[in-house]
Design a protein around this ligand. Sequence first.
Ligand code: HEM
Length: 422
Amino acid sequence: MEKQQQMPYEKGLDHSLKLLREGYSFIINRKQAFDSNVFETKLLGEKVICLTGSEAAELFYDTEKFKREGAAPEPVKKVLFGDGGVQALDGEAHRHRKAMFMDVMSQEQLARVRDLTEKYWDAAAAAWENRDEIVLYDEINRIFTQTACEWTGIPLGDDEVDTRAGQLQELFESSAEVSMSHLKARRDRSELEDWVKQYIRDVRNETRDVPEHTPLYKFSHHLDHNNEKLDEQTVAVELLNLIRPLVAISVYVVFTALALHEYPNEKEKLHTREEKRLEWFIQEVRRFYPFFPFTAARVNKSFSWNGYEFEEETLTLLDLYGTNHHPGDWNHPETFAPDRFADWDESPFNFIPQGGGEFDLGHRCAGEWVTIDLMKVSLDYIAHKLNYTLPEQDLSYSLAEIPALPASGIRMKNVKRKDTVN
Ligand code: HEM
């Protein structure tokens, strides 16, 4: 029998304010203080277990031990995920819904998304030549909004791009905030859902010709685990679960541009445009820079692990950022070193910027391959197809702010396409 022991715990009534102040470092700071990958704290008056590192990640992704029902905080559910989305499902209902997502992640679909991304990158880069200066973050948001809409099958007029890009950006920027912008983001979500719903009705009433390979068509006709079509609201939520995160890849593209600027030696290594070098670089961007701080689940049935008691229903956070920086899993984790991926063991638990474990059975991000592809296209574009200068600006970002982003959004001047490269 395993000897039971008291889990390290943070004294005090509530530590929510510290979480707001410390942001991405909240779990790391306590992991160091307790010298433990498992500890207990209190957030919003509730006992919460925090986990970090690959061993704990493997535990967290055991779907017998943890469930997602009731785990996401209300503001995140209302703005980021949407009600009724795949993120909060468990068991058979989750597996069935997840299959709907993985079905639109085939090689053909990925090739379509890549082609569309290149098309909109080309159009945008041509237009930038007539401008004195651009803000990369805003521009990539527009490129990815156009890509996401055309890929999923949602019509988007030229005059609509700015509005929809702004609303989608608001969803991932303001979901964690308790502020006026959070209220605005809730309104944006409801407007986006109404916008998508009209096209779902069109598909179902056959009043618009929509190609059968588009996610709009597929999701509108998808039969759920109970063999019934999803209601219109849920289809809208799930289509936005493709569009919203695809647009959010803009955050990683901005960090990619920052890494090219901050690590010129690493940029130099890309000059042959070798596929594997591009891949190592963007993998290191996803490991090194902050995006999702942690993900949440609840204990399914009480169990004991390493002598610690996990009581049924306890809210449990897995530190995504901290696991990617865990000294037990990574050598010199605070050094930006793409070459480390040359001999990465491909464990599904030590490199988890978009969640870990299995795609089909667990909650690992359905869009990880899309993300890698779009980042590679964008890295190659910025590093090899453009000339530009970075004027004086504030490129700093703060680990206390979730989501983190370089303050200037990366301003670029005199952007010109290099005509020698295609
Ligand atoms: C910006 C890059 C992205 C990041 C950082 C990201 C991150 C994440 C994270 C952390 C999770 C939750 C993992 C967990 O709770 O265990 C997740 C789930 C998910 N992501 Fe992504 N994601 C990204 C891009 C995408 C894209 C491009 C798509 C689709 C086109 C997508 C679709 C989804 C879906 C559907 C889920 C829910 C999966 C489930 O609950 O089974 N994501 N993502």
